[in-house]
Ligand binder design. Structure first.
Ligand code: FAD
Ligand code: DLZ
Ligand code: SF4
Length: 509
């Protein structure tokens, strides 16, 4: 047997053949290590469907690697001797194979990066940590972009990424003469629209094995394991993406902010879980979308809106994460301390919008962006929920959640807990926003038009209560100052009714 030269450690969100650690390796002499480990499955109590998705995708990737000629050590969760941690599994592999070095692509989360940092000393061999080239913007380039800027606005970063990739560019000008077509993306959906659904993939025998394991070991975690419909192979993830481009992308921009009862996916791509674990490549999906636009099958506002989410928002939040960690996870600008209400887990609330978002999260390990931002996120902001508790909730319940992408979205965008590093103003809104963008309010026990009283939409009193509670912190923001002035014009007895309605709602939480 040849001596293993390098041990290539591949983590659960690194399921790409183009991974830098694999590119640097020699499949005839090096050995890949992958492991299902208890620590990763429980550092937050992940949704059952998320664990099943990732374990199954990992097992299929190990098969893909073997078929490609790699030697792979794969530790299943219940394999005898599984130590339960990355470091423990690497220690076992080092003892068994005595590699000359360890090679690993940098970790997606700060917590794990710290762990890798200890391996050289622990194992006494060199550890090469390589950049994650699946991201379009290398971290040093992001740091350079951020340095010296007073405000880190996504829009300017995004334009640089357009220039860097050449996506939707005609020479040095943006295609269509505009960088951003977001103004066209504000339609609320109607029930009679044709609703595409993401394709459904029946669990194969590997996935069924994983599901049985998840049911027996993580049966008390949040979320429904069945029906399990995610793709778990690269080929199926690509088929899911192709179906999106064909059926949903043409309306992606138009209905990006819409919410509709019984329609969890609308015109969204439902691919973040594939992008984030490596089954889909971000640049490749953007190139495919540009191609669909140039071929005339999707309009520019849809193609631009989609590409902006990936080369703009996705890359930008990753840059912010690494710029601000450690410490970002404890940001709490508004000093909110209220515990997360139980209904984030049970969905037992009379608020139709929140019930819909939590119910589909339980069923699908998915909610689309506006549900995360403007329903569960806005409610938590208005109610003064501890942002760290909320962060752990988002990290646990979504199949696409990894800290590098979830944390800036929760702490920065949704809770303004970083004091405005990421968002230009808090995403505080009354029930009127949800009413405009959804059909939830029509079937709600609360009245979205009432501001106070037992039947009033809770978002309304909480919104004004939030404005007045935090006027000292938000009054300097021109977009919020207007709301403070509006509040000041309310009659005193209305202000008193707002205070007592908000107090009653909060007392019930
Ligand atoms: P689509 O709406 O179809 O968008 C296409 C793609 O664009 C997504 O797959 C995603 O890769 C990217 N994208 C869109 N918006 C964002 C964004 N704000 N940040 C980063 N990428 C974006 N996204 C995650 O991938 N993981 C998370 O853990 C996560 N947590 C979030 C928490 C909160 C509080 C909020 C407000 C947003 C969060 N997002 C997260 C961003 C966004 O909600 C999801 O990327 C999106 O809902 C995934 O569904 P989709 O694939 O159908 O996306
Ligand atoms: C999310 C997750 C889960 C649930 N389980 C594993 C696992 O058992 N093995 C593994 O390699 N990765 C897992 N992951 C993904 C990791 O948490 C992720 O790779 C790191 O957080 C990235 O730094
Ligand atoms: Fe949500 Fe208020 Fe509308 Fe009810 S009335 S669905 S609580 S916004």
């Amino acid at each position: 047997m040849t001596q293993t030269r390098a041990l290539i450690v591949v983590m659960g969100d690194q399921l790409s053949l183009a991974l830098s650690s694999l590119q640097a390796a020699d499949k005839t002499r090096d050995r890949v290590l992958m492991a299902e480990v208890w620590d990763e499955a429980t550092y937050v109590r992940h949704h059952k469907k998320k664990i099943a998705f990732l374990f199954s995708a990992m097992r299929h990737f190990a098969e893909e690697l073997r078929a490609d000629g790699w030697t792979v050590d794969y530790g299943t969760l219940d394999a005898p001797g599984n130590t339960g941690s990355f470091t423990g599994e690497v220690a076992r592999a080092v003892a068994a194979h005595r590699p000359e070095r360890i090679v690993v692509t940098e970790a997606g989360e700060w917590r794990v990066a710290q762990m890798l940092g200890g391996w050289e000393a622990a194992f006494g061999i060199p550890v090469d940590v390589l950049p994650d080239t699946r991201f379009i913007c290398p971290l040093p380039v992001f740091c350079e972009w951020a340095e010296g800027r007073k405000q880190l606005r996504m829009e300017y970063f995004y334009r640089d990424m357009r220039r860097r990739t050449g996506l939707l560019m005609d020479g040095d000008q943006p295609t269509g003469g505009q960088w951003n077509f977001d103004a066209d993306n504000r339609k609320s959906a109607a029930l009679d629209l044709f609703m595409p659904r993401p394709p459904v993939f029946a669990p194969d025998s590997l996935t069924q094995e994983v599901m049985a394991l998840v049911q027996s070991r993580f049966g008390n975690h949040f979320g429904d394991l069945e029906p399990f419909q995610f793709a778990v192979t690269r080929a199926d993830a690509e088929a899911a993406f192709a179906a999106f481009v064909c059926h949903a992308l043409p309306h992606f921009g138009d209905y990006q902010d819409a919410m509709l009862t019984g329609e969890p996916f609308l015109y969204h791509a439902v691919i973040a879980q594939y992008l984030n674990c490596g089954l889909l490549d971000p640049l490749a999906v953007c190139r495919a979308v540009e191609h669909a636009f140039r071929a005339g099958s999707v309009p520019l506002n849809a193609a631009e809106g989609f590409i902006r989410q990936i080369i703009g928002w996705r890359e930008y939040v990753r840059g912010i994460y690494w710029l601000e960690m450690p410490g970002y996870e404890r940001s709490n600008f508004f000093e909110h301390t209220r515990p997360l209400p139980d209904f984030y887990w049970t969905a037992e609330t009379d608020m139709t919008c929140v019930r819909a978002a939590v119910t589909q999260t339980r069923e699908h390990a998915y909610a689309h962006h506006i549900q995360r931002l403007m329903v569960t996120g806005t409610f938590a902001l208005l109610a003064g929920i501890d942002p760290h508790e909320l962060h752990e909730w988002y990290l646990a319940v979504y199949a696409d959640a990894y800290e590098w992408v979830e944390l800036p979205n929760t702490v920065g965008m949704s809770q303004f807990a970083d004091g405005g590093l990421l968002a230009s103003k808090p995403y505080a809104a009354s029930g009127a926003y949800i009413n405009r963008m959804s059909n939830y309010c029509g079937t709600c026990r609360f009245d979205v038009k009432q501001r106070t009283g037992p039947n009033a939409c809770p978002f309304n009193a909480l919104y004004w209560d939030f404005i007045v509670r935090h006027r000292g912190k938000i009054g300097g923001n021109p977009r919020m100052a207007q709301m403070v002035r509006t509040y000041d014009k309310f009659a005193e007895d209305e202000q008193a009714r707002i205070a007592s309605s908000a107090a009653a709602i909060l007392a019930k939480l």
